[in-house]
Design a binder for this molecule. Structure first.
Ligand SMILES: C[S@@+](CC[C@H](N)C(=O)[O-])C[C@H]1O[C@@H](n2cnc3c(N)ncnc32)[C@H](O)[C@@H]1O
Length: 183
């Protein structure tokens, strides 16, 4: 499909699965599902009683995701929430703050800071937050590039670098992946 480039790469999926397995994560959240590849990578790495809350606004994309979650026998592990992710995250904050082991943020870039501000509260101490596309094809490093989305991601990267609640590293895998470990 024409939007296929939105999907994470197989090597990134494998890396995320390894992290989930390493942490023995049982409770995870994803912001930005698309056709379900990253959610499947995470869900398959979790134990039988693992749960992934998957947030997206698109019925069309997530219908495809649901098909593949079913085929992989992962549907019982994945709780799809169709709504603007900020609403879902705010709902979860009412009674599930500090309970998530793992989070992956990969939706609309303009809201990255809004997602992060909520997800950081949902994740437990020692939990891990991954954020995708933080290098934006390397453009964040080009000082002459003042495109709006590039500036948004730059500002977001600076925000995380200054956030004392987390330890971070940016990996130049795929389109740039930040790992933020909550202290
Ligand atoms: C880059 S894609 C996600 C790719 C997915 N993680 C994967 O690897 O296949 C971004 C997704 O964010 C969703 N999205 C965009 N705006 C959103 C919002 N406000 N709330 C929730 N999801 C949103 C889009 O529908 C799209 O499926």
């Amino acid at each position: 499909m024409p939007q296929a480039r939105m999907q994470i790469s197989p090597d990134q999926g494998q890396f995320m699965a390894l992290l989930v397995r390493l942490m023995q994560a049982k409770k995870a959240i994803e912001v930005g599902v698309f056709t379900g590849y990253s959610s499947l990578s995470v869900a398959m790495a979790m134990p039988e009683d693992g749960k992934l809350i998957a947030c997206d606004v698109s019925e069309e994309y997530t219908a495809i995701a649901q098909k593949y979650w079913n085929l992989a026998g992962m549907s019982d592990k994945i709780d799809l929430r169709i709504a603007p992710a900020i609403e879902t995250l705010d709902q979860l904050l009412q009674d599930q703050a500090g309970t998530f082991d793992f989070a992956f943020i990969d939706a609309d870039k303009a809201n990255y800071a809004n997602y992060y501000d909520r997800v950081i509260q949902l994740v437990r101490s020692g939990g891990l937050i991954l954020i995708d596309n933080v290098l934006w094809s390397g453009r964040v490093a080009d000082a002459s590039d003042s495109d709006k989305i590039v500036n948004t991601i730059r500002a977001f990267n600076t925000k995380l670098a200054q956030d004392e609640r987390v330890l971070i590293t940016i990996l130049p895998i795929a389109d740039g992946l930040t790992l933020a470990l909550k202290k």
